[in-house]
Design a protein around this ligand. Structure first.
Ligand SMILES: NC(=O)c1ccc[n+]([C@@H]2O[C@H](COP(=O)([O-])OP(=O)(O)OC[C@H]3O[C@@H](n4cnc5c(N)ncnc54)[C@H](O)[C@@H]3O)[C@@H](O)[C@H]2O)c1
Length: 290
């Protein structure tokens, strides 16, 4: 089966990016969010990003014609004719399971149901559906239009055919599939990345380094484009916190226990770029303020 039509649940940072890359590659997209304003913000973000890519010559198609392939969905019922649904809602098991139940009821029995979860085991999402063999993880990285890697994650009951279809889908949208053979929470890449994020926060808590020094050092020493706090603000402190909790809950591995400072910032609503402050202060128009 080749994927032609996709239903995306959640129009936030990731869902809007996934909608964009699918539409850029000629697929028809239905974008759904419980929050209507989120869909509108998502569509604005897509227009802005497409504009930049066209300016740089990375997308050659006219902006309006790419956008015409993305439609706003107002109901799960509209997922009836799609080949694949991708869930990108908040990182909470109960919310995601509720979405999977609704997708399972709405989608054709052959359709693939995928999650963009950062850390929740795919098997726990597949378990609430009647088609666990058609459920898997497609874990994109932010910003989606720029980052080439997508983890393709096998749940305990995911079929080989579903994995092959998802790998072909990932290639078709111009990304590189990274196969994950077993759905340990955090999969491959977040497990590696989050350990260093936690360590950076712990070093900050102890006063060994500042946010700016740690980021600058990581950029210069390891050749990364962003330091851990810059990445943390882009990803969202709540998203990393949710991922750490999910990994810690299953593994009880103290390397993933969310540091106190991260927890406090999340409780205080300092979630990064999306709220205007996190590890840095941000300005919606001009980017970082300090
Ligand atoms: N932020 C990142 O860098 C990143 C990277 C990889 C994976 N992820 C994962 O992707 C998922 C989404 O993250 P995000 O950063 O886009 O979050 P976000 O907060 O930007 O967007 C989530 C969206 O989901 C919507 N939503 C919540 N419940 C819903 C429901 N029941 N039905 C429909 N829509 C609903 C919200 O209104 C919101 O617009 C999470 O599972 C996260 O762990 C995030």
């Amino acid at each position: 089966m080749s994927i032609q039509k996709v239903f995306i649940v959640g129009a936030g940072l990731m869902g809007s990016g996934i909608a964009q890359v699918c539409a850029q590659c000629g697929m028809r997209v239905l974008l759904y969010d419980v929050n209507r304003q989120a869909v509108e913000r998502g569509l604005d973000k897509i227009s802005w990003s497409l504009g930049k890519l066209i300016e740089k010559g990375k997308v050659t198609e006219d902006q309006r014609s790419v956008l015409s392939r993305i439609q706003i969905a107002t109901d799960f019922g509209e997922a009836a004719g799609v080949d694949m649904a991708i869930e990108a809602v908040f990182e909470k098991l109960e919310i995601k399971q509720d979405v999977f139940r609704k997708l399972d009821a709405a989608c054709d029995s052959k359709a693939i149901l995928a999650s963009n979860t950062s850390a929740i085991p795919i098997t726990e999402l597949a378990a609430v559906t009647g088609r666990p063999e058609n459920v898997l993880g497609t874990h994109f990285f932010s910003p989606v239009p720029m980052m080439p890697a997508v983890e393709v994650v096998r749940g305990m009951l995911t079929s080989g055919q579903t994995l092959d279809t998802a790998v072909a889908f990932v290639r078709r949208i111009g990304k590189e599939p990274i196969r994950v053979q077993y759905d340990v929470p955090g999969f491959l890449l977040n497990r590696i990345n989050l350990v260093s994020y936690v360590e950076a926060i712990r070093l900050l808590e102890k006063g060994v380094g500042t946010v700016e020094e740690i980021d600058r050092g990581v950029r210069l020493a390891f050749g990364r484009r962003m330091g851990p706090f810059e990445t943390g603000d882009m990803v969202g402190l709540d998203v990393s916190y949710g991922a750490l909790l999910a990994i810690y809950e299953e593994s009880r591995d103290s390397r993933f226990y969310p540091p106190r400072l991260l927890r406090r910032k999340v409780k205080a609503g300092q979630l990064g770029r999306k709220t205007g402050s996190g590890w840095y202060a941000h300005d919606a128009e001009a980017g970082r303020k300090d």
